[in-house]
Design a protein. Structure first.
Ligand SMILES: [Zn+2]
Length: 63
């Protein structure tokens, strides 16, 4: 299996996979966010307007 995605630096179990998004006017934004494949880790990186923001834990909404 070829290792094509970077290893998660937090848990070192999962890998970071890129997520794409769609911007205004339907243009696609490639690799806007990266998330760890390990669900117990939840590490994620987002790129907004050229700035990197990081969240170690994805915020859960509780009702
Ligand atoms: Zn991880």
């Amino acid at each position: 299996m070829e290792k094509s995605y970077p290893e998660c630096l937090k848990c070192k179990i999962g890998v970071l996979i890129p997520l794409s998004d769609y911007g205004r006017e339907g243009s696609s934004i490639l690799y806007k966010a990266w998330v760890c494949t390990n669900p117990e880790c939840g590490y994620n990186l987002r790129i907004d307007n050229g700035e990197i923001s990081r969240g170690d834990v994805i915020r859960k909404t509780t009702k």
